[in-house]
Design a protein around this ligand. Structure first.
Ligand SMILES: *Cc1c(COP(=O)(O)O)cnc(C)c1O
Length: 343
């Protein structure tokens, strides 16, 4: 079995998770008949401190539903240039909601209230109306970075002053909370809507949720149907998410410790550049020289360690439920020999 560090999406449902999925009471959720989906939506809304929640097939759909529900065609969203919504959602904001993206210069995905202030323009017929500020916490391309709570509150102050809505892409919000002890609802408080994923570090096979005010979630439910995301006996999937919330949330700190060990080990290897202190959660970004990231990743793959090229020289490794501390030690051993033989 290769040691798979490509993503925390590669996790397989555990036997215990499969058992609760098999036993879940289900119904037709488009008719509002699925008790397990309802239970999950109530549970997640509570955890995030919002009125309502909507189960969605993916984090991408949850994010896009939020944009569609909060803005009108021709509006603009303000977002970090490396954010998932802008970088990895196939042009969804433009294609699905008619939105343009005004990109902010985040550092490791994190921008300041001053950056936001600078990007805002006065109302004028020349300018697209600014409508939503999007934040990603933790930040994927930022290397799993965590937003400081005070900085979120500063963003909120500027946004509210300009009557902007706020959306949080919290696909990995669970990791931020596990790492800092700050509850999910505290991170969520400055935002109108929040998306969270069950299929990343939490280890469920499928599913995300969008949380927010009841009327916005109601709108999002209609758009979910429009996009073909209305699911039937989806309690099977919701059961996995509920199990993950109960059993896989606190263990995320194991992933963080493994990521730290990987980063520390990598830092001692020649040909690798990394700042281990930048590793805040389960994502490790590092640079490799000489040779390119795709070359190194493919050599490593053949040796039994899987990672993702993330730039010409940048590689991403993500620790997850399937990877133990022993696997990290073994991976470091393999990386070290791979570097030696390629010199
Ligand atoms: C993975 C991810 C998503 C959603 O991804 P899906 O594969 O559509 O579930 C959204 N935002 C961030 C930051 C992510 O890392």
């Amino acid at each position: 079995m290769p040691i798979d560090l490509r993503s925390d999406t590669i996790t397989q449902p555990t036997q215990a998770m499969r058992a609760v999925m098999a036993a879940a009471p289900v119904g037709d959720d488009v008719f509002g008949d699925d008790p397990t989906v309802k239970l999950l939506e109530t549970r997640v809304a509570e955890l995030l401190g919002k009125e309502a929640a909507l189960f969605a097939p993916s984090g991408t759909m949850a994010n896009q539903l939020a944009l569609r529900a909060l803005a009108d065609s021709g509006d603009e969203i303000l977002i970090d240039a490396n954010a998932h919504i802008y970088y990895y959602e196939a042009g969804g904001p433009a294609a699905l909601s008619g939105l343009s993206c005004r990109c902010l210069p985040g550092i490791r995905g994190i921008f300041t209230a001053a950056d936001l202030q600078t990007a805002l323009r006065p109302p004028d017929q020349h300018f697209p109306p600014s409508k939503i500020v999007c934040v990603e916490n933790t930040h994927n391309r930022g290397g799993g970075s965590i937003w400081p709570l005070h900085q979120l509150r500063e963003i909120e102050t500027v946004s509210r002053h300009h009557s902007l809505k706020l959306h949080l892409d919290g696909a990995r919000l669970w990791n931020a909370s596990a790492a800092t002890g700050t509850a999910e609802h505290e991170y969520a408080a400055p935002f109108d809507t929040v998306s969270v994923c069950f299929s990343k570090g939490l280890g469920a096979p499928v599913g995300s949720a969008l949380c927010g005010p009841r009327d916005i979630i109601q709108r999002a439910r209609r758009f979910r149907k429009m996009l073909g995301g209305g699911m039937r006996q989806s309690g099977i999937l919701a059961a996995a998410a509920l199990h993950a919330l109960d059993h896989h949330r606190t263990r995320l700190t194991d992933d963080h410790a493994n990521a730290r060990a990987l980063a520390d080990g990598l830092a001692s290897l020649p040909g690798i550049t990394i700042d281990p202190s930048s590793v805040a959660t389960n994502i490790v970004l590092f640079n490799v020289t000489p040779g390119t990231a795709p070359q190194f990743v493919s050599t490593l793959d053949a040796a039994g360690v899987r990672m993702l090229p993330f730039g010409p020289h940048t590689i991403r490794a993500v620790t997850n439920l399937m990877v133990t501390a022993d696997d990290i030690a073994a991976a470091l051993h393999i990386i070290s020999s791979t570097l030696e033989s390629s010199n």
